[in-house]
Design a protein around this ligand. Structure first.
Ligand code: HEC
Ligand code: HEC
Length: 217
């Protein structure tokens, strides 16, 4: 048997490589990534939903429609203990555990490529807030997140219009309370944390989030 195998691999490598070469040329790299990522996404779907629409009952936000560079960074942060490390951050700790299977950056890129194939989520309004009071407060946020809250990759600030209002509130509270954006290794979270502290209380947070929602329409 070993002899036959040896002959096979001597005769066929040329043909085999030619076929593999054709497949690589025929399939765009992103589609290949998405195919691999679809497997890993099955776990994610149990909380974030099959279409990445999120599930507030388990504190899991919509992720379909978020920028790929932002998704990749957050998954690396959860995996590397930069997010979801604080004892009093149960949702963050839960999510950090879910990145155990994403040990390589390639795996992260693959699952993010798959999320990129899902239609954008359309988060519903769940919070009350006074958008008129939030409007002047948003001026400070616009410097990084953009006047229309569509995000600015050059400044590492994600789009906010696609993010659930309840999730924005939860994150602003974490930036405020030091569960997120406090570690030295959290380079981008550290840029955001002082901005959350400009908002004095929960009502001020809800007001600015209400204003961000008006930018969706
Ligand atoms: C057991 C439920 C659960 C599973 C499974 C899960 N997540 Fe999460 N995920 C959460 C929760 C809860 C949060 C909110 C964490 C927080 O509040 O900081 C979250 C947050 C995130 C965020 C941050 C979004 C943002 O805007 O900051 C991303 C990205 C994410 N999850 C992607 C994934 C991916 C990809 C998978 C599959 C590999 C996955 N999640 C599996 C519960 C889950
Ligand atoms: C100096 C630039 C800067 C300003 C000003 C700023 N942000 Fe941010 N913001 C960021 C960066 C960078 C991130 C990404 C942090 C990370 O990667 O963890 C972020 C993240 C966020 C997030 C988390 C999104 C998510 O999906 O997890 C929210 C919510 C947010 N900002 C809201 C605001 C609001 C509201 C204001 C105004 C009060 C504001 N930001 C002002 C830079 C800024």
């Amino acid at each position: 048997m070993p002899e036959i195998e040896a002959i096979d691999t001597m005769i066929f490598p040329g043909v085999f490589l030619a076929v593999v070469g054709l497949l690589i040329v025929a399939t765009p790299a992103s589609a290949q990534n998405a195919d691999h990522g679809a497997q890993d996404y099955k776990l994610c779907a149990s909380c974030h939903g099959f279409r990445g629409e999120g599930n507030q009952l388990v504190s899991a936000p919509a992720i379909a429609g978020l920028e790929s560079w932002y998704l990749e960074r957050q998954l690396r942060n959860f995996r590397d203990g930069i997010r979801g490390h604080a004892d009093d951050d149960q949702p963050g700790k839960t999510m950090a555990q879910m990145t155990r299977g994403l040990e390589s950056d390639t795996k992260i890129a693959d699952v993010v490529a798959y999320i990129g194939t899902l239609p954008d989520a359309n988060p519903k309004r769940t919070l009350d807030g006074d958008e008129a009071r939030g409007s002047p407060a948003y001026a400070a946020c616009a410097a990084c997140h953009g006047a229309n809250a569509a995000g600015n990759e050059a400044l590492n600030a994600p789009g906010l219009i696609v993010i659930d209002d309840w999730y924005q509130l939860a994150q602003l509270k974490k930036f405020h309370g030091g569960q997120r954006g406090a570690l030295a290794a959290d380079i981008y979270g550290q840029q955001m944390a002082p901005m959350a502290k400009v908002l004095p209380d929960e009502q001020a947070m809800k007001d600015v989030i209400a204003y961000i929602r008006t930018l969706q329409e």
